[in-house]
Design a binder for this molecule. Structure first.
Ligand SMILES: *Cc1c(COP(=O)(O)O)cnc(C)c1O
Length: 372
């Protein structure tokens, strides 16, 4: 049996000629403009069209996008932002980096996303924003989170880094908050051959702030005039052109991932009562970045799949508030039982679009054989 890596190293192989020619064209072009030029503006426009967002601001990474969001809202020392306890670290570092306090809320034990019921008791007079994230296969409950944000007059930042192309109740991921973000890191569903991300918003003032903040607080007209303390989170022209080239194929790649997930959901349904829980089936509010099982005997399942040459991945084995970096923001004695549980049981299996039907069948057979 051939090896099925968790994520293949040759994702951009079929675009290799295009990427080389873009490097050559832009590298030898008369403009010699390598960041924040026409290509970036065209990509921003294309994403405005595909998402319906009024403003799209391309920046250095998904992490950079979150940092821009928090800073655009003028969140800082003394302010609190509620973030998921089980997530990737930028949700916490983007907040802590401004001097504000990340407040960790527990997640849903099955879908692994921020649980609105865990959020509400943590809201205080200092809370300025909610920062939910979609993880792996399921979008956060944005309807309820939006209601919570509205009723408590909080800003809502939607970390949609992994969920570009997902749709919940007819509204695209990235379009539920005051600000949303996508990441173009290689492994994300609209990944690229390097780093990148965007902020999406309908708010002209927030958009203006993000544009300034991504380029050292300058306004794009007056160089060396700094209106605010900003960041360097500019976007690369070669990658902007490459993403424009890859954008038309994105819906098909996403659909292929969704079909693989449909098949897995059907095959794994009977395993639910036998120690292996798959993400909920269906298409509403689903993303197909990663397909993560929750397995009681995770290490054994992982070894079993490794033996069968199937690559797997354990995400976030330590919840954020239990990480040394975030210990200062973890209140004494606080616990996040669901986050701890999913940290100990999640196991992601391959879902990349170039898997063949027989690859997918082999992976499903192997998981089912473990349970049997
Ligand atoms: C990947 C990711 C980010 C950060 O994106 P980068 O482009 O890697 O900086 C933020 N949030 C979530 C949920 C992610 O998965």
């Amino acid at each position: 049996m051939k090896a099925l890596p968790f994520f293949p190293p040759d994702v951009f192989e079929e675009d290799r000629e295009k990427l080389l020619s873009l490097v050559y064209e832009l590298g030898t072009g008369s403009e010699q403009r390598f960041v924040l030029g026409d290509q970036t503006a065209r990509l921003e426009q294309a994403l405005r069209e595909s998402t319906g967002a009024e403003h799209v601001i391309a920046c250095g990474s998904g992490t950079g996008a979150l940092e821009l969001c928090v800073r655009a809202l003028e969140i800082g020392p003394g302010d609190e932002v509620i973030v998921p306890a089980f997530c990737c670290q930028p949700v916490a570092s983007a907040v802590a980096g401004t001097g504000a306090t990340p407040v960790f809320a527990d997640v849903d034990p099955h879908t692994m996303v921020l649980d609105p019921a865990a959020v509400e008791p943590l809201i205080t007079a200092r809370t300025k924003a909610l920062l939910p994230a979609h993880v792996f296969s399921v979008m956060a409950d944005m309807g309820r989170l939006r209601e919570l944000a509205r009723s408590h007059r909080l800003a809502l930042i939607e970390d949609s880094a992994v969920a570009q192309g997902a749709v919940l109740d007819g509204r695209p991921a990235g379009r539920w908050g005051d600000l949303g973000v996508f990441s173009f890191f290689q492994v994300k569903s609209f990944g690229t051959a390097g780093e990148g991300g965007v902020v999406l918003t309908d708010d002209a003032e927030l958009a203006r702030a993000c544009r300034m903040l991504r380029d050292h607080g300058q306004d794009g007209v007056h160089r060396f005039l700094h209106h605010r303390v900003g960041l360097n989170s500019r976007f690369d022209e070669v990658l902007a052109a490459f993403q424009l080239h890859r954008l038309p194929g994105f819906p098909d790649r996403l659909e292929r991932r969704a079909r693989i997930a449909d098949y897995y959901a059907e095959r794994f349904e009977p395993l639910r009562t036998r120690g292996v829980a798959a993400p909920p089936a269906g298409r509403n509010g689903r993303c197909y970045y990663v397909y993560s099982l929750l397995a009681e005997r995770r290490e054994e399942l992982r070894a079993w799949l490794t033996e069968r040459r199937i690559g797997t991945h354990v995400y976030y084995p330590v919840p954020l508030p239990l990480q040394p970096a975030f210990a200062p923001w973890a209140p004494e004695g606080a616990r996040w039982p669901h986050a701890e549980r999913v940290s100990a049981t999640n196991l992601a299996i391959p879902i990349w679009p170039h898997l063949t039907d027989s690859d997918v069948e082999y992976i499903a057979d192997s998981v089912c054989a473990f349970v049997a």
